[in-house]
Every structure is written in structure tokens, then in C-alpha cells.
Design a protein around this ligand. Structure first.
Ligand SMILES: Cc1cc2nc3c(=O)[nH]c(=O)nc-3n(C[C@H](O)[C@H](O)[C@H](O)COP(=O)(O)O)c2cc1C
Length: 142
């Protein structure tokens, strides 16, 4: 039997010339398009690296990821996980987002802390998976 949902998680590095304000634009088009396309997930940014999880109908996730991969605002896109499953993990978010590079120190959290907050309440085995991805991203950014 075919699974109705494709989950895809990747990391990437922002283009050095990308204006940080572009991130707001990326998020606005992500929320608009993903709402229309029934894609859910999250997008995290720590000032240098992106960590994104997309989930939804396989063809649409694939097409969206191809569009994202070709976006010149980031590069070195590396797929960390790609899995066909029966149900979504982040069903309620068109694209949950945290800017980890917040200028407000109290709002600045590590990618790992952000992921920990995001996955609180989901199956811990699944949550640990994403925390592992965030650790990887943080290490690569170091
Ligand atoms: C790190 C990153 C994440 C992105 N995530 C999404 C996304 O989840 N959904 C989406 O439609 N576009 C996303 N984009 C933007 C796409 O690359 C592309 O610019 C956009 O989908 C074009 O659609 P628009 O013309 O409606 O803005 C992302 C871009 C970057 C750099």
C-alpha cells in the first residue's frame, strides 16, 4: 500500500549576500504556498543555516523541494531524511518558524532548543530524530 505523506528534511546554508530581511519574504511565500498546497512542517534559521521539514502529498512535496533547492538565497542543500509515512507530525503548522538569530537576546535560542520546543508533545522517538538533525546543523555551523 502506498503511503499518502512524504516527509523531507534538509539543511542548507544561506547565501552570504542574502539580506537577513529576505527570511521574512521566504517565510511569507512559504506560508502562502504551503497553505494552498497542503504542506506542513517547520523552518528554522540560526543566521547561517536553515533546517526545514516538509510534509504533505508526495508529488507536491517533491515539486516544492525542487523549487526550494533552486533558490539562490541558499546553497549546499543536503537532504537529511526522506520518508513515506501514513500521517503528518506537524499537521497544524503551514510552516512553523523561529528566527534563532533574533536581535533580542532573550529570544535567541539555539537550533537545538528550538527543535526541542517544537517537538515537545510528539512521540519522543520521532522528536529525538529532529533534535539529532538540529545538533548536526549546529555542529556544521560551528
Ligand atoms: C530556506 C528556504 C526555504 C523555503 N521554503 C519554502 C517553502 O516551504 N514553500 C515554498 O513555497 N517556498 C519556499 N521557499 C521559497 C521558494 O524557493 C520560492 O522562492 C517560492 O516558492 C516561489 O514562490 P512565490 O513566487 O509564490 O514566492 C524557500 C526558500 C528558501 C531559501
Amino acid at each position: 500500500m502506498t503511503h499518502p505523506i512524504l516527509q523531507l528534511t534538509y539543511i542548507s546554508t544561506r547565501h552570504p549576500q542574502m539580506n537577513p530581511e529576505e527570511v521574512d519574504r521566504i517565510l511569507a511565500s512559504s506560508r502562502r504556498n504551503n497553505g494552498r498546497d497542503r504542506i506542513t512542517g517547520f523552518l528554522l534559521f540560526n543566521g547561517r543555516r536553515f533546517l526545514q521539514h516538509l510534509e504533505g502529498p508526495p508529488d507536491i512535496v517533491q515539486a516544492t523541494f525542487e523549487r526550494i533547492s533552486a533558490d539562490p538565497r541558499h546553497r549546499a542543500v543536503v537532504v537529511l531524511g526522506r520518508k513515506h509515512v501514513d500521517s503528518r507530525i506537524f499537521g497544524k503548522w503551514a510552516m512553523a518558524f523561529e528566527r534563532v538569530d533574533s536581535p533580542v537576546p532573550e529570544r535567541r535560542m539555539s537550533l537545538v532548543a528550538q527543535v526541542e520546543a517544537l517537538v515537545a508533545g510528539i512521540d519522543p522517538r520521532v522528536g529525538d530524530h529532529f533534535i539529532g538533525y538540529a545538533r548536526l546543523t549546529t555542529n556544521k555551523a560551528a
